[in-house]
Design a binder for this molecule. Structure first.
Ligand code: CMC
Length: 432
């Protein structure tokens, strides 16, 4: 028998279908609620509202499960590459060798930026946050590649757009760093793969090539894979919402960059390192920060803890914590912030306030320590998150475009402002 849900309003009962996902997730389809009852639902922060069906990523926050296109994140982090994972997310399937070669070749072909575009970097203040520049540059790509602005792109066209965008975002990101440290822009090299080429553009100088360490490449590979998608998070929902107005891919993902910038989302990785440095300045007094986060009169939060969906250890954080230890060991770096992070995590996991609220370390807690060990400055951490999340945004934009059920995103509201009142001329207003 088909499962249904009933809502009774003022004695009248209305029936709504129940939708069941592949992993037995249940949702009440209330799309006809307003027509049937004239009522709407209120759900601040959309904690209980699915805005779409999606086949990209499965996440079970209670169990700590994350899978891209059905494949567990642990397997991808261990065995895949960022380019292969991007292909998987965007097309739905792991590529054959030939498909992967073709996809990767497009990255090499599209790595450079148009010459005129480089003027943008010259005009941006060095002290300006790199995320502002990244978002502006990604949106501006629409002006340089109008031939790719298709409303209904074919599968092959999307693959090309995706490879081009992912490749250029890497170059733009490296250049936002060069700009912020006032160093000349270094052109990409055709002979380097995705991550080595990024490191080259970040750290080589016109006179000296950056020495690429395999351990650094491996650590970045893992981080980018772990950030590649996370279903309907704030930035991905932004991408879908913007794209639902038929805005082009560049405009949509550029909006995603802006949403990611916030410290409650992708900006948290940068804040974690600032917080650990603060704790270090306070002679490692962890308890002081825990107490501040628990104080009901303070808005302070421990950055890198808590998640809307995970009520268990974030599976990404588990892998990143291990990689952080491995990388620092391999590079022979002793970062006192790592010790503070480990002690903070231990203290938090024992504390009743955090236990009751199921607040665990999230993806941002240890990632900054890896970036820091590589020499990437803190303001660039959200940019690193954006490079990683790009394939997820593209996959969702593509899925949203292909779904015949997609409508322009347009939430409702409950108006709580003034009732109708008359305009009062300025001479007659109170307080003259
Ligand atoms: N430190 C202290 N208390 C916290 C924290 C924290 N990091 N996170 C949540 N809480 C408390 C919060 O005060 C609330 O307490 P109470 O029930 O007494 O009011 C309770 O836990 C539930 O919090 P919430 O704000 O209702 O939860 P949310 O699902 O709306 O917010 C969050 C999720 C990630 C925004 C939040 O946990 C947070 O601000 N964390 C710190 C920022 C952070 O690390 N962000 C990165 C998230 S992971 C990467 C990504 O996907 O973006």
């Amino acid at each position: 028998m088909e499962e249904t849900a009933r809502i009774t309003i003022n004695g009248q009962t209305h029936e709504f279908p129940v939708i069941t996902g592949t992993e037995n997730e249940k949702a009440i389809d209330i799309s006809t609620l307003r027509n049937k009852t004239s009522y709407i639902t209120l759900d601040s922060g959309f904690g209980n509202t699915a805005a779409c069906t999606s086949a990209v990523t499965f996440l079970d926050g209670e169990q700590g499960i994350l899978r891209y296109r059905g494949i567990p994140i642990e397997q991808l982090a261990e065995r895949s590459t960022f380019i292969e994972t991007s292909y998987l997310l965007i097309t739905g399937e792991l590529p054959t060798r030939k498909q992967l070669e073709k996809f990767a070749a497009s990255f090499t072909k599209h790595a450079s930026l148009p010459k005129e575009m480089l003027n943008f970097f010259a005009g941006y203040p060095a002290a300006g946050h790199p995320m502002g520049l990244l978002s502006a540059m990604v949106c501006s790509l629409a002006g340089y590649y109008p031939e790719l602005l298709k409303t209904e792109p074919s599968g092959e066209e999307i693959e090309l757009m995706a490879a081009q965008l992912l490749s250029k975002v890497r170059t733009i990101s490296a250049y936002t760093h060069r700009k912020s440290v006032n160093k000349p822009l270094i052109p990409p090299r055709d002979d380097l793969k995705y991550i080595p080429n990024f490191l080259h553009m970040m750290f080589s100088t016109p006179k000296k090539e950056y020495k690429i360490e395999q351990a650094v490449v491996d650590a970045l590979q893992t981080l980018l894979i772990l950030h590649a998608d996370h279903e309907q998070n704030c930035s991905t929902s932004t991408v879908r919402l913007v794209g639902s107005s038929w805005a082009n891919l560049y405009a949509s993902v550029s909006a995603g960059v802006c949403a990611l910038w916030g410290p409650l989302h992708g900006g948290a990785n940068q804040e974690v390192v600032f917080m650990l440095e603060e704790i270090q300045k306070e002679k490692g007094n962890i308890q002081k920060f825990i107490d501040k986060a628990k104080d009901p009169d303070s808005n302070y939060r421990l950055m890198g803890f808590g998640h809307r969906v995970y009520k268990n250890y974030d599976p990404r954080a588990k892998i990143i914590k291990q990689r952080a230890h491995e990388l620092l060991n391999t590079l022979g770096i002793q970062d006192p912030l790592l010790d503070i992070a480990v002690r903070l995590e231990e203290a938090v996991l024992k504390d009743d306030y955090f236990k009751e609220r199921k607040l665990y370390p999230n993806v941002d807690f240890y990632s900054g320590l890896i970036y820091k060990a590589i020499g990437i400055p803190a303001v660039m951490f959200p940019v690193m998150f954006a490079i990683g999340r790009m394939p997820g945004w593209i996959a969702h934009w593509k899925e949203m475009k292909a779904d015949p059920k997609t409508k322009i995103g347009r939430p409702r509201q409950i108006y709580v402002g003034q009732k109708q009142r008359d305009y009062v001329p300025i001479q007659q207003r109170k307080g003259q």
